[in-house]
Design a binder for this molecule. Structure first.
Ligand code: FES
Length: 491
């Protein structure tokens, strides 16, 4: 029945509604504190499991209330609020659901009245007993609101404000807020859809609409074939969701070999010192030519005339930012890079021979230091010195995907206080329930890891200079970490 169905929520929608991670929700289910059926939870069970939850204080409610307030900045409102067309479509769909519900209730009401009339004419005492049961049941149903009523009302409101997308064949899910494009929302949620230009030219972000409707939010000259048109193909980079529930068939990269080698020219946006020995190099790709890579992968950077003889200078670096960060690519460059191939590039950065707005060629991506697909094991990251760069990208991605039960970060430094982004790690630690962070000296690392009995049941990601990483990897294997769960990036 519609009245019952409307109070069941998928896990991702329930997590979105409560403003909590899906992992936190799954933990309550595993611990037996929240019943679930076929991947769904009931709104009233949800409210019982979170009695302390103040709906007014949940992020989602805040967002929708803020949208309603006139004082809310126009720019932000345009970004968060869906278009008039999307709002109208979603309200219309909800109106149809309500009308159907009303029709159903009217039929039940008529049935109930007919039953009452028959009972009135029926002989007592059996009829009296039945009538009393019916009256009591009706009074109960119409009295105090059920525990899940608030939750169901909030869900109905959020279904209008944001669209829920299910991806086939992977089963991944994400939400589209306001009029953001399907591509941007998918990348922000940690998905790895196929794409290229990001502005409706190359056609690489093609997806098939299996159910629901989309709307173009920017123009595109890309020409679909007649067969593609007939099969409802759209470009994710220029379309947003019109319906509140959309099912898309999307080509996603599952492994490094699914990502093609690319060569693009990016511009230096900023260079700043993270410590006396580490510089942050921030590049921005052109709007029409972005770099597609998986979190944890490396690229080759090249600049022209970086040295006195005017020849090209190259360096190979892991991308420290998340692929969900659109056009921004961040690198951590160490002073006096001992790797011969990157030493000149490092010198150019530290000697101010690369400036803001300079061109830098980016070639790649390389490497297979990426999150294991579909694993839900706890994640343990071990970064040694600037091995933190690829680990940073992996952690941001893992947080966006929201699939791991817990995340532990050990950042070991060869110099006292060498953890050059301590505030960021502390912020993760404070903001995420299942996140732990331990800064430590590199010599203390073996003993600390030996005391962690959960390593063998975790996916372990280890990154840093080869001299430190290789012996540690051997120790981890000897301690029982299965080889396929140990991922190593040594430079
Ligand atoms: S058309 Fe190129 S990424 Fe969408």
């Amino acid at each position: 029945m519609l009245a019952t169905m409307s109070q069941w929520l998928t896990l991702s929608r329930a997590a979105h509604l409560l403003g909590i991670s899906r992992v936190a929700l799954q933990k309550r289910i595993r611990d037996g504190e929240l019943p679930s059926f076929d991947g769904m939870v009931a709104a009233d069970d949800l409210q019982r499991a979170w009695p302390e939850l103040d709906l007014d204080a949940s992020g989602s409610f805040e967002k929708t209330r803020a949208i309603r307030e006139d004082a809310f900045a126009r720019r932000l409102r345009e970004r968060v609020l869906p278009s008039q067309e999307a709002l109208a479509q979603r309200l219309f769909a909800q109106g149809q659901e309500l009308a159907e519900l009303q029709r159903t209730l009217t039929r039940y009401h008529a049935l109930f009245e007919a039953l009452e009339a028959r009972l009135a004419a029926a002989p007592a005492p059996a009829a009296d007993e039945l009538r009393r049961l019916l009256d009591e049941g009706l009074a109960k149903a119409l009295s105090a609101p059920a525990p899940g009523d608030d939750m169901a009302a909030l869900d109905a409101m959020l279904r209008v404000m944001s669209a829920h997308i299910t991806v086939k064949p992977s089963g991944h899910e994400f939400f589209v807020e306001g009029s953001e494009t399907l591509l941007k929302a998918a990348l922000s949620a940690g998905l790895t859809p196929n794409y290229g230009c990001g502005n409706g030219v190359c056609g690489l972000c093609k997806a098939r609409v299996v159910a629901g409707e989309v709307r173009a939010v920017s123009p595109s000259d890309y020409c679909f074939s007649e067969a593609e048109k007939a099969q409802n193909h759209v470009l994710m980079c220029v379309c947003t969701a019109l319906s509140s529930d959309l099912v898309l068939e999307v080509l996603e990269a599952g492994a490094p070999e699914d990502i093609p080698e690319q060569r693009i020219v990016a511009k230096v946006r900023r260079i700043d010192a993270l410590s006396a020995d580490v510089m942050r190099l921030h590049l921005q790709t052109p709007r029409s030519n972005r770099l597609r890579f998986l979190a944890g992968q490396r690229v080759t950077l090249g600049i022209r005339a970086g040295v006195a003889d005017g020849s090209d200078v190259h360096g190979e670096y892991p991308v420290a930012s998340c692929p969900c960060d659109e056009r921004n690519l961040i690198f951590h460059v160490r002073r006096g890079d001992r790797r011969a191939a990157s030493a000149d590039f490092s010198r150019c950065v530290f000697e101010d021979r690369i400036k803001v707005a300079d061109d830098v060629s980016v070639w790649g991506p390389w490497g297979s230091f990426v999150l294991e697909k579909n694993s839900v094991r706890p994640l343990v990251f071990i970064a040694i010195d600037e091995g933190f760069a690829p680990v940073n990208s992996l952690i941001e991605h893992a947080i966006a995907v929201d699939a791991a039960e817990s995340i532990s970060l050990y950042w070991a430094s060869s110099q006292p206080g060498g953890q050059y982004l301590p505030n960021q790690c502390r912020a993760w630690n404070e903001a995420l329930d299942e996140f732990s962070y331990l800064p430590l000296a590199v010599d203390d690392l073996p003993a600390v890891l030996a005391a962690n009995s959960a390593l063998a049941a975790s996916d372990v990601y280890l990154a840093g200079v080869v001299e430190r990483v290789e012996p540690l990897a051997a120790e981890l294997l000897a301690a029982g970490v299965p080889p396929r769960q140990l991922h190593v990036e040594a430079f």
